[in-house]
Design a protein around this ligand. Structure first.
Ligand SMILES: Cc1ncc(COP(=O)(O)O)c(C=O)c1O
Length: 393
């Protein structure tokens, strides 16, 4: 009999089990909501990126259903051949207006927006100077570009400056940060990095995946939050988190967008969104412009829950956003905390290496606009009970 050439994968998985890092996928039985049924258990859901509760918003559902009826279920082609519908162009115009840029291009995901952009605008002769905690899609894009990769310690603008001082002034350089860091919830050092970009003539890029719909006027993101319009050359956002659907986009100059239309490989070589997705995203932008109550509720809930965890004595790190980690250090302990919380009716995912540093394992929580105070208080009570039992408090 033929020996299994993939046997080494089973060995890797056994090692993950030993380290307490093996995870079974949790399965939602119904909709993505603040209170959901997961693995047949009714839970307060603190694990989604559905910041504004838009995954089930009636206006988005209606527009998606109407697009299904009038435009069908798929596009049958990549954007550059026959897969560009008028509704894709409408979404891009709306995103550009939302971000106050000349133009925007939509990708199939935030991941491909980052990876496709970084890999196409840089060459092996260029350099990228990147925060050490930037998202995996930025790291992959940088590797694909074959540019020289320089990493500065998290949010350390002085260290980024030292790197830039050592690079040849003639070398094209991309300076890049997440707007909000997805595991710690803290803001990137965007204002200081913009100063550096001006001084050293860098291309400035921000990944606002967790900031769009959360920070800035009507959720315009960190560029708006910090008053930096016109100083960030490449703004990436996602349509998969606060916007409630799926996709990513890049907003910037017309030349940048035209270039990405011609050179970004995920744009060129992968089929475009179904029209219902584009319609959903347009409806989400309408909601952001006309229903400010969701952002207000999101922030009220975030303050209440973060304050509650801190008052109980948990280590919540340095978060500035609705993402609040409960840092416990040891990966096995984080996974046990997550499992016990789940058994009590709270879904908060455990996260360990390699997503976070080995000694910074945590349970990550994200509140949404649609959590009720009762649900959040219930979750706090569970955290207190389980945290005490496990000796974390
Ligand atoms: C900081 C950051 N950038 C980009 C992405 C990718 O976005 P998407 O889920 O739309 O691919 C994520 C999502 O996991 C993220 O957290």
């Amino acid at each position: 009999m033929r020996a299994d050439p993939l046997q080494y994968l089973a060995t890797e998985l056994a090692s993950l089990r030993e380290q307490g890092l093996y995870r079974r996928l949790r399965v939602l039985d119904g909709e993505q909501r603040a209170h959901a049924s997961v693995d047949h258990r009714s839970v307060v859901n603190l694990s989604s990126n559905n910041y504004l509760g838009l995954t089930t918003h009636p206006r988005l559902r209606e527009r998606a259903a109407a697009a299904l009826d009038t435009l069908g279920v798929g596009t049958g082609s990549v954007r550059t051949i026959a897969g560009t519908m008028a509704i894709h162009m409408e979404l891009e115009r709306r995103l550009a207006a939302f971000k106050k840029t000349e133009a925007a291009v939509v990708f199939q995901s935030g991941f491909t927006a980052n990876a496709g952009t970084v890999s196409s605008i840089l060459t092996k002769d260029d350099a990228i100077v990147s925060d050490e905690l930037n998202h995996a899609s930025i790291i992959d894009g940088a590797r694909l570009s074959r540019a020289t990769i320089k990493v500065f310690p998290h949010r350390d603008v002085a260290a980024a400056r030292r790197i830039l001082e050592e690079l040849p002034r003639t070398q094209r350089t991309l300076l890049i940060t997440d707007g909000v860091f997805s595991m710690d919830g803290d803001l990137g050092a965007l204002p200081g990095l913009c100063e550096l970009a001006d001084e050293f003539g860098c291309v400035m890029m921000v990944d606002d995946a967790h900031a769009s719909g959360v920070f800035g006027q009507n959720g315009r993101g960190t560029v708006d939050h910090f008053g930096l319009h016109g100083r960030v050359d490449v703004q990436v956002g996602t349509l998969s988190k606060a916007i409630g659907a799926l996709g990513g986009y890049v907003a910037g100059s017309q030349a940048l967008i035209d270039f990405l239309y011609h050179r970004a490989r995920p744009f060129l070589f992968s089929t475009s969104h179904p029209p219902s997705v584009a319609a959903t995203c347009i409806a989400a932008l309408d909601v952001l412009e006309t229903e400010p109550q969701w952002m207000q509720q999101l922030w009220d809930n975030a303050r209440f829950f973060k304050g509650g965890l801190q008052a109980l004595g948990f280590d919540t790190g340095v978060s500035d956003s609705p993402i609040t980690p409960v840092i416990v250090g040891d990966a096995a302990l984080a996974m046990t905390l997550s499992d016990r919380l789940f058994a009590e009716g709270v879904f908060a995912q455990g996260i360990g290496f390699p997503t976070v540093a080995r000694d910074k394992a945590r349970v990550r929580t994200i509140v949404t606009a649609t959590h009720t105070r009762d649900e959040l208080q219930f979750a706090l009570d569970c955290f207190q009970r389980v945290g005490s039992t496990l000796g974390i408090l």
